[in-house]
Design a protein around this ligand. Structure first.
Ligand code: 6PG
Length: 467
């Protein structure tokens, strides 16, 4: 019997996705660069009926035409090498879907290369970690309509479903858009995690134990802040280290590592001219956390006392999270404009409702806001989010002020607040515009008259019209 779907790469995500598809009744052909690993994987789950393939050529010949192969290999050079090799055994009209956390521009390049060979290529962001890949991840697909026709059914079967039963997967646009949206998902993930860590840090500074903090997050997870990251924060904080019996978090080094998708989000935001300051601060916080020598160079000064109102903290995290999601959608909008993707933000929020890491009760609200007005200039300008600001703004200001006075790092919380303030109050960067014109004759626009102007600063101060 011919297999229906091929999976190359049996790391934790690939293996879970293969099992997920087998459980949905697909005959799955599997390949891994180290054959023994594939052999072991197939042996471990005889009931799934995997077709074990020793080579990529074997995998290709085990599939009916047009072939559909999901590649779940480490992003970057390994993904490119595997897909290039696989393409030698594929025929025009076959489809390869890159399901790694690849950089979207790499996907666009590889897509063009495959297109020249007549092979269909798609990029699919997969979120939800190992468990999500097994039980139903959120899947962000970028590729042609034709590619989606070939594998949309497979993806919709494998993905998570919203509470209303809709698939948490969709074709978002052409090649590149799937990985771009996944990259922004991860940028949001970084910033939400940063904001949670800062609030946690404030509670610890106030003297709460990890267990007490766990109880707070568990309670918050039952309210408006309900979401996967809040849920796992409660769980992680109550976990005890088996060796020492201490709270698990207390035996870990105060250092966060990263694979880089948050950094890509910030670099892309800068390149596209979109604001994502909270994501940026979250990346810098992780970088600073790893600067062991630098951090060790300072004698800790006595920490000022902090007293935090728990409901203020909850409200601050709530508003900060809203701003962080909004930043993500601002970056998506900039890319959609530049590349002409026509992204549907309501749909993106919907496919993030379940399965992915940033799923939370915000997502149905976001989906609704964009459904109501698809051309919202900013999520924060929607009536739902305006109300969130009205109700929680003062709390976020108080928490940031206390953190600053108490020398507690709060770069993500304060940046989300600043981003909101920058959007709603004068910055005032008209001073910068004047300075640039003074030293560089760069010209400026006036608020009261169309056109482009320059002032002869060093001469008679005369204003001249440039165009
Ligand atoms: C997901 C996660 C996943 C991965 C992150 C971790 O959506 O399932 O985002 O893709 O866990 O890439 O990123 P860092 O290692 O950079 O923290």
């Amino acid at each position: 019997m011919k297999s229906c779907v091929g999976i190359i790469g049996l790391g934790s995500m690939g293996a879970s996705l293969a099992r997920n598809l087998a459980r949905h009744g697909y005959k799955v052909s599997v390949y891994n660069r180290t054959f023994e690993k594939a052999e072991e994987f197939v042996k471990e789950a005889p009931e799934e009926g995997f077709a074990l393939c020793r080579t990529l050529e074997d995998l290709a010949s085990s599939l009916p035409a047009p072939r559909v192969v999901l590649s779940v290999i480490t992003a970057g050079a390994p993904t490119r090498a595997a897909i290039e090799e696989l393409s030698k055994y594929l025929a025009p009209g076959d489809l390869v879907v890159d399901c790694a956390n690849s950089f979207y521009k790499d996907s666009m390049d590889l897509g063009k290369e495959m297109e020249e060979k007549g092979i269909l290529f798609a990029d699919c962001g997969v979120s939800g970690g190992k468990m999500g890949a097994l039980m139903g991840p959120s899947m962000m697909f970028g590729g042609s309509e034709k590619a989606w026709e070939l594998c949309g059914g497979v993806i919709k079967d494998a993905c998570a479903k919203t509470k209303g039963g809709e698939p948490c997967a969709a074709r978002l646009g052409p090649v590149g858009s799937g990985h771009f949206v996944k990259m922004v998902h991860n940028g949001i993930e970084y910033a939400l995690m940063g904001a949670i860590a800062e609030i946690y840090g404030l509670f610890r500074r106030e003297g709460f134990s990890a267990e007490e903090c766990s109880q707070i997050f568990k309670k918050w997870d039952e309210g408006d802040l309900h979401g996967y990251l809040i849920e796992i924060t409660g769980k992680v904080l109550s976990h005890r280290d088996a060796k020492t019996q201490k709270p698990f978090v207390d035996v870990l080094k105060d250092e966060a590592r990263m694979n880089g998708t948050g950094t890509w989000t910030v670099l892309s935001a800068m390149e596209l001219g979109a604001g994502a300051p909270s994501v940026g601060e979250a990346v810098f916080e992780r970088i600073v956390s790893s600067e062991e020598d630098l951090r060790g160079a300072f004698k800790p000064s006595p920490a000022p006392e902090i007293s935090l109102d728990s409901s203020d903290a909850m409200q601050a995290l709530y508003l900060s999270s809203a701003v962080i999601y909004s930043e993500g959608f601002d970056v998506l909008e900039a890319a959609s404009k530049k590349y002409g993707w026509g992204l549907d933000y309501s749909q993106i929020a919907r496919i993030w409702e379940e399965g992915c890491i940033i799923r939370s009760d915000f997502l149905p609200k976001i989906s609704e806001a964009f459904k109501h007005d698809p051309s919202l200039p900013s999520l924060l300008s929607s009536p739902i989010f305006e109300k969130i600001e009205e109700e929680n703004g003062q709390a976020l200001r108080r928490v940031v002020a206390r953190a600053v006075l108490g020398a507690a790092p709060c770069a993500v919380l304060s940046s989300s607040l600043s981003y909101f303030d920058e959007l709603t109050h004068p910055l005032p960067l008209n001073l910068l515009a004047a300075q640039r014109d003074y030293f560089g004759a760069h010209g400026y626009e006036r608020a009261d008259e169309p056109g482009f102007f320059h002032t002869e600063w060093e001469e008679d101060g005369r204003e001249v019209r440039r165009e």
